[in-house]
Design a protein around this ligand. Structure first.
Ligand code: NAP
Ligand code: GDD
Length: 348
């Protein structure tokens, strides 16, 4: 049985990746942060009591800012594959917390690579490492972006991801480590964090439809993104680590839409006129914006045989259906006199 160690397992991608790996009979070890409130909602359905002989998902407390605990966990778990998905992943928030973002996203990757390198030297046991790179690294470089497009990062988040990317490449070249670098374009799902634009839109539009909210405030409606489905993208991560040689791959759909087009598609699906409910608020603008991302994933198609299964319309439908159901449940609870908390809709 193969063993995988996953940072960021409680996030959107971590939860889909854990599902995929469990379906492939891996033993999965996830690193979770201690939090005053539960942060394991996305993986609750996968978790079993560790005393259960059938349990194959194990959670360990740890943090990318704590190199000692990363070393200890590598030693304890002895993984075959490490997926480094943990990050402060919100671009706008990285302007407010640049130091923390760099510590987790750039130095955190370095700490984990160092721990894997030392573990390799001590045990001789090969470990394959996946680094979660981002299309944000291309930033101001115009589309279509490929593996050969120069990086031009436009936020502390993106600069940190560029550093992490090059740490990975350097450990590959310097020590012959198997470090595979994914450069993934935006990918979404019903499990997307509520302050990323797609989920912010689908949640708000569904609440507007159910009479729970009147308005939705957004930032730059002209930005273009290449949006895919997270479930497809974790399959690409896994394929990167099954390939014979460690390499860098762009993972994208090759189709881009503006934020305005995403809004239109969502409101149209709900039979609503978006212009009546959506207003622009400059607080959601970024000091430096990434205007246009559209990836060319030809290399991943040819070398890994990967291609996305879920297109733009199916993604919008999936997210709207999910959030419509949540809004209906909220309405029922409110009608019965309960006051459910509505989280985070005004942030990010
Ligand atoms: P996400 O939903 O924001 O999840 C991030 C995960 O990282 C969470 O599990 C979070 O834990 C964890 N984390 C945050 N700070 C940490 C720390 N100091 N130590 C350890 N773990 C920490 O992000 P995602 O969308 O799943 O993305 C996964 C990875 O892919 C990230 O590295 C992201 O930057 C990158 N990426 C994402 C996309 C995309 O479109 N989704 C595209 C390209 C690259 P908590 O649950 O406790 O907060
Ligand atoms: N979050 C947010 N909130 N974004 C908004 C809003 C708003 O109210 N209004 C407009 N936008 C625009 C942003 O300015 C950006 O151009 C675009 O919508 C997408 O924003 P996000 O959904 O926050 O994602 P992102 O593209 O900045 O970053 C995501 O994708 C990256 C890959 O390209 C994150 O998942 C990153 O972690 C990931 O690396």
């Amino acid at each position: 049985m193969k063993k995988a160690l996953v940072t960021g397992i409680t996030g959107q991608d971590g939860s889909y990746l854990a599902e995929l790996l469990l379906s492939k009979d891996y033993q999965v070890h996830g690193i979770i942060r201690r939090s005053a409130s539960f942060n394991t909602d996305r993986i609750e359905h996968l978790y079993r009591d560790p005393h259960d002989p059938e349990a194959r998902l194990f959670l360990h407390y740890g943090d990318l800012t704590d190199g000692t605990c990363l070393r200890r966990l590598l030693h304890r778990v002895q993984p075959d594959e490490v997926y480094n998905l943990g990050a402060q992943s919100h671009v706008k928030i990285s302007f407010e917390q640049p130091g923390y973002t760099a510590d987790v996203d750039a130095l955190g990757t370095l700490r984990l690579l160092e721990a894997v390198h030392d573990h390799l030297s001590a045990t001789g046991k090969p470990v394959r490492f996946y680094q979660a790179g981002s299309s944000e690294m291309f930033g101001a470089s115009p589309p279509p972006q490929t593996e050969n497009t120069p990086f031009y990062p436009r936020s502390p988040y993106a600069v940190s991801k560029v550093a992490a990317h090059w740490f990975g490449v350097n450990y590959r070249e310097a020590y012959g480590m198997f470090v595979a670098n994914g450069i993934l374009f935006n990918h979404e799902s019903p499990r997307r964090g509520e302050t990323f634009v797609t989920r912010k839109i689908t949640r708000a539009a569904c609440r507007i439809k159910e009479g729970l909210q009147d308005q939705l405030f957004l930032g730059n409606l002209d930005a273009k993104r290449d949006w895919g489905f997270a479930g497809d993208y974790v399959e690409a991560m896994w394929r990167l680590l099954q390939h014979d040689t460690p390499d860098t791959f762009v993972v994208a759909t090759g189709e881009a839409h503006t934020v305005r087009e995403f809004v239109e598609a969502v409101f149209e699906k709900l039979g609503l006129d978006w212009k009546k409910s959506v207003a622009v608020d400059k607080r959601y603008f970024r000091p430096t914006e990434v205007d246009s991302l559209c990836g060319d994933a030809t290399k991943a198609r040819k070398v890994l045989g990967w291609k996305p299964q879920v297109g733009f319309d199916a993604l919008v439908t999936m997210m709207v259906d999910h959030d419509r159901e949540l809004a209906r449940q909220e309405k029922t609870l409110r009608a019965a006199g309960h006051e459910p908390t509505t989280r985070g809709s005004t942030h990010g």
